[in-house]
Design a protein around this ligand. Structure first.
Ligand SMILES: *Cc1c(COP(=O)(O)O)cnc(C)c1O
Length: 400
């Protein structure tokens, strides 16, 4: 198939996300001396402003050159010991990969395997932690927003369980596809490590692992014996104090991050979160109108950053994403691993607006029809349009 390359390529995947023009332009700066005495003028405000996005006053923020995966690795290698017990769960590609990483590092992972489409198994977590009266479990891990299935899990509920049981384990959270786009409250939820990356809610290229670490976790790191060099919190701390880094940082990314944080604060973080909810509701209305189901089983767990849509029996979702890509110049998210071929995803995360969501739905409708799925053209689009007209109170008041 020859790819249609006219116009703008529609990017409706849950990362890398669309980069606002002002952010993309901010990345284009001459190289500069990362040891210059005033380098901190650029970087120190970034650390301070990132805390606002994670909603923490007291955590240490780190920026490693790397993707979200490096953030995961920093949490595992800086805070835990070989053979140490941790509680983890997997219910999608990303939660599964963090488990795999912890196992490769030699942690003793108590692994709750959950059906894909569900989220963190709170009841199971509670009973496991309840039985752990000697507090051998040193870390409780959770993927806040499972990007492969579009499932969001309550982190505050895990905090409540730990508090009710008086359990001191560190709460380690994957917020790669939620921080900066979904409600995320590091301090209020007592999160000890929150991992994020630059190419999702921060609307940047991949290249920065952004990690926030509580003071409690920082104190634990002295006892952690796993080797870490490139991702060492200690090495970072020594130089970060003046806004410098232990090795060459990705300077352009800092300029981009400055612009993206300004962009987020200009819209207002709460407005950013509300926009993600609004766009997600429209996508879900479209899916409902198609007569299709989401991979996420519990409506309370529907993600506002990504929807994984189950294709009818007998159809291959990879065909849909392929046709969308070549024929309509748009990327929809593929089904990963266990749900490969079974779901396609619409990423509604990052710099998106109402009209772009309509495009995503219209394109998905055409691609599904091309594959022979019996979808009434325009049905999902119309349902989404209705939600924008009726539910968008901000726009309503402008029209009135
Ligand atoms: C994207 C993503 C990751 C992995 O991030 P990379 O930047 O690809 O390394 C981890 N967790 C979640 C939930 C993600 O969405």
């Amino acid at each position: 198939m020859i790819k249609n390359t006219n116009g703008k390529t529609g990017l409706f995947i849950p990362g890398p996300t669309n980069i606002p023009d002002c952010v993309r332009q901010a990345l284009n700066v001459p190289m500069q001396d990362m040891r210059a005495p005033d380098f901190g003028d650029l970087t120190l405000p970034l650390f301070a402003d990132l805390k606002k996005v994670f909603k923490t006053q007291t955590a240490e923020v780190f920026m490693f050159p790397g993707s979200g995966t490096a953030g995961w690795e920093s949490a595992v290698s800086n805070l835990f010991n070989t053979g140490e017990k941790v509680l983890m769960s997997s219910f999608g590609q990303f939660s599964m990969l963090w488990v795999d990483m912890a196992q490769r590092f030699g942690l003793d992972v108590q692994h709750c395997e959950v059906e894909w489409g569900l989220g963190v198994p709170h009841t199971e977590y509670r009973s496991i932690l309840e039985q752990d009266t000697n507090h051998e479990i040193k870390g409780v891990f959770a993927c806040h927003n499972e990007t492969a299935t579009g499932v969001v899990s309550s982190i505050s509920e895990i905090r409540n369980i730990l508090d009710e049981l008086g359990h001191p384990a560190l709460l380690c959270v994957d917020g790669v596809s939620s921080v900066g786009s979904l409600d995320f409250r590091m301090d209020e939820w007592g999160v000890d490590v929150a991992v994020s990356g630059s190419q999702k809610g921060f609307m940047l290229p991949a290249g920065l692992a952004i990690v926030a670490v509580s003071q409690k976790a920082m104190e634990m790191r002295g006892q952690a014996n796993l080797p870490r060099t490139f991702l060492s919190y200690d090495d970072m701390m020594k130089t970060n104090a003046t806004g410098h880094f232990p090795y060459t940082p990705a300077t352009q990314m800092f300029h981009g991050l400055r612009a993206s944080l300004d962009f987020i604060f200009n819209e207002g973080l709460e407005n950013v979160i509300a926009r993600h909810t609004r766009l997600a509701q429209a996508v879900r209305a479209g899916v409902h109108a198609w007569g299709l189901a989401l991979c996420a089983q519990d409506p309370a767990s529907y993600s506002d950053t990504v929807s994984a849509i189950v294709v009818p029996e007998g159809f291959d979702s990879a065909e849909i994403t392929k046709i969308a890509y070549y024929k309509y110049n748009m990327s929809l998210g593929a089904g990963l691993n266990k749900v490969a071929g079974k779901v396609f995803r619409i990423g509604h995360l990052g710099d998106l607006n109402e009209i772009m969501i309509i495009q995503a739905l219209a394109g998905a409708e055409m691609a599904m029809r091309d594959c022979g799925i019996n979808i009434e053209l325009g049905s999902g689009v119309a349902a989404a349009q209705e939600t924008f007209i009726n539910k968008n109170t901000a726009l309503k008041s402008i029209a009135a």
